[in-house]
Design a protein around this ligand. Structure first.
Ligand SMILES: [Zn+2]
Length: 189
């Protein structure tokens, strides 16, 4: 059983060093990305789309050349456990998702995914075991077409120096940077 170009054990090791812990979501995420990779439509260059910011983006970044930084991965905050890999120009793609119907065969995975048990009540060893045993069996697959235009990263455009903080910012944001316009996350000392 492989995940991408790694053995399952190698992947778990990678996940631990990259993500900090072998999170169940990232183990399932590995199978999701693996199944998508095995069903790629024709084409040379692929982008990724994650439908949740939780866990899945890390699986994509571990197993494909698509990262947040290089712009080949987009993240939608839908809270849905699905990844799509699609051909950059035409948008032809494959979407792999965690299939709620198939969870019935894997009760501890269902308890975790649908939050039917508290974290304390969950049997984490059994959960990890069922994830490994289930593999692709938890997943559904769809052929989709995305509109690449909709997902294209917006260009930064013209740049200016903010009169309040003196740092460069995109002019389209207004007469000063977004931080100085009130969106700063930092507490003012
Ligand atoms: Zn500023």
């Amino acid at each position: 059983m492989n995940i991408g170009t790694y053995s399952y054990e190698e992947y778990v090791h990678l996940v631990k060093s990259f993500h900090g812990s072998p999170a169940p979501g990232l183990l399932i995420g590995g199978f999701i990305v693996d199944l998508a990779l095995k069903n790629l439509p024709d084409g040379e260059f692929f982008d990724a789309l994650c439908e949740t910011p939780v866990c899945l983006p890390d699986a994509v970044q571990l197993l494909t050349p698509c990262t947040i930084g290089n712009g080949w991965m987009k993240i939608l905050d839908f809270g849905k456990f699905a990844v799509t890999l699609y051909e950059k120009s035409g948008g032809e793609g494959v979407r792999v998702y965690l299939d709620a119907e198939k969870l019935k065969r894997w009760p501890e995975v269902m308890n975790w995914f649908l939050k039917l048990k508290t974290k304390k009540e969950q049997d984490s060893d059994l959960l990890i075991e069922q994830i490994k045993e289930a593999g692709h069996d938890l997943l559904g697959i769809q052929h989709v077409r995305v509109e690449p235009e909709k997902l294209r990263r917006r260009k930064m455009g013209q740049v200016s120096v903010c009169p309040s903080c003196g740092e460069a910012y995109p002019v389209k944001d207004g007469d000063r940077c977004r931080a100085c316009l009130g969106e700063s996350p930092y507490v003012r000392e």
